[in-house]
Design a protein around this ligand. Structure first.
Ligand code: BES
Ligand code: MN
Ligand code: MN
Length: 464
């Protein structure tokens, strides 16, 4: 460990400078006009992997953005760790809310990051976290301490649903053969409270279109006599939750796994300060399903949220119009054992049923994903736990995260492999939001912890 600390200290300026170069590339996967930039980000990573010392690194073409694949095989009889990450990022909008341009990284101190944090889109999610693995490998190869084989699979479409990763995995099962998947794309509770996410929520994402009259109408001439699709849509959406914060779609909760009182009591011990949570978000109160704590609401309970809603006149001034159409994007976060396709069906059936005759409903389904939970008694979890305990000086707490990494459940189904979520972000790092950042402490701690995971994993695997 001492050798790693020395190497990190001697090289940290370069590590940061390299990451900053990568963050300057606006690899927004959902934006067609950024296609070349996304590829440039993939090329950059390939280059850095080669410099770190992998045997080979290539861009694998897909119907969408390329997947970066690399490997370092030292001995076929040793275990293999498959590192997964993503080099694509969310759109940076709204630009005007960033204190500095999203693709011109700057380092600034914050109360939670007294050592400084890099501010840029993708700093934490997931370029910064993926880059820790590249530097950890460079360090292990430099110190001649790599204890196993390593493969990298870093995709460029995670933020838009990983649509081309599934066929890639199916077609490359041999190449992707490994013993465990290692992912840094989640968060810890705090920089002095290490934790490991043992759960991810699934996702069902739909877009609805409500059509009223066949054209926009004068809201005085027709208003009051013809259904306004925006009013109708708002009413329909409002009815999707009752006064107890429960989702009203019939059978929505049928398969939800209820936790035992003991499991809930264990969860309630997770350090959490509601007052600072509210303060951080600038809200007077939290809101959610009755009978569940904030931690439970964002981890073991499913939810439904409107992500965007539009229609009618939204420009400056006032235009009196009764619009023809209204739209909304709605996400449902799922928990074990909800099935995204079944939930999509239930949603569609219900949403059509509650629509008045005065409008037409169209529903489009976007990407979905299965929830995931990993057992804490697995050697995968134990190895991560031991590694974090060494670098943080405290045993990490298992947590269940609210976000989704749909590909994790697929890894289990297609490759039969468990994923370890060894993430180092903080929930307050503003991923997907303006002013996304990643703590330098977190970045360096990650680089220091990753090699220890390898060591413990190889050791435990040998004993198993
Ligand atoms: N890294 C996040 C997921 C995440 C964040 C998990 C924080 C746990 C804690 C990932 O990049 C992401 O944003 N996933 C999307 C799903 C995807 C299908 C767009 C999400 O959760 O919205
Ligand atoms: Mn991510
Ligand atoms: Mn993300």
């Amino acid at each position: 460990m001492q050798a790693y600390q020395t190497y990190i200290q001697a090289n940290q300026e370069r590590f940061l400078a390299e990451l900053i170069e990568w963050l300057k590339i606006p690899s927004v996967s959902t934006d067609e006009s950024k296609k070349q930039e996304v590829r440039r980000a993939a090329e950059f990573l390939r280059e850095k992997l080669l410099q770190a010392g992998v045997d080979k690194a290539e861009l694998c073409e897909t119907a969408g953005h390329p997947i970066v694949y690399a490997e370092k095989i030292i001995d076929k009889n040793l275990p293999t760790v498959l590192v997964y990450g993503h080099y694509d990022v969310q759109p940076a909008d709204p630009y005007e809310l960033w204190d500095s341009p999203p693709f011109e990284p700057v380092i600034k101190k914050t109360p939670l990051h007294p050592q400084g944090a890099i501010f840029a889109r993708g700093a934490c999610d997931d370029k910064g976290q993926t880059f820790m693995h590249v530097k950890a490998l460079e360090m292990m190869l430099h110190n001649n301490s790599l204890p196993c084989n390593v493969k990298f699979m870093v995709e460029g479409e995670e933020e838009c649903g990983s649509g081309n990763l599934e066929p890639f995995i199916r077609q490359n099962k041999e190449r992707l053969k490994a013993d465990v998947i290692l992912i840094s794309d989640t968060s810890i509770i705090a920089n002095d409270i290490p934790s490991i996410e043992i759960g991810l929520r699934g996702l069902c994402y739909v877009e609805v279109e409500i059509t009223g009259p066949n054209r926009d109408l004068h809201s005085g001439v027709y208003g009051g006599a013809v259904a306004n699709p925006i009013n109708v849509l708002c009413q329909m959406i409002a009815s999707l939750k009752d006064e107890k914060g429960r989702i009203t779609i019939p059978h929505f909760y049928d398969k939800v796994q209820e936790l035992s009182a003991q499991e809930r009591a264990e969860m309630a011990k997770t350090p959490f300060d509601l007052e600072s949570y509210k303060k951080d978000l600038g809200v007077e109160d939290v809101a959610g399903e009755e009978g569940y704590s904030t931690i439970e609401r964002t981890s073991i309970r499913p939810t439904l949220d409107v992500n965007g809603i539009w229609g009618g006149y939204t420009q400056a001034g006032a235009k009196t119009v009764l619009p023809s159409k209204a739209y909304a994007k709605i996400s449902m976060r799922l928990v074990p054992h909800q099935h995204p396709d079944e939930i999509a069906e239930l949603f569609e059936k219900h949403f059509r049923a509650i629509a008045p005759k005065s409008v037409k409903v169209e529903i489009r389904f976007h990407h979905g994903g299965f929830p995931y939970v990993m057992p804490t008694n697995s050697i995968e979890y134990q190895a991560a736990s031991l590694a974090l305990e060494e670098t943080f000086g405290k045993k990490p707490i298992p947590t269940r995260g609210g976000g989704s990494i749909p590909i994790v459940a697929l890894f289990e189904k297609e490759l039969g492999l468990k994923s370890v979520l060894l993430g180092f972000g903080l929930d307050s790092d503003a991923i997907h939001s303006p002013n996304e950042h990643y703590g330098i402490f977190n970045f360096l701690k990650g680089i220091e912890t990753i090699p220890l995971f390898y060591q413990h994993y190889v050791c435990l695997k040998k004993g198993a």
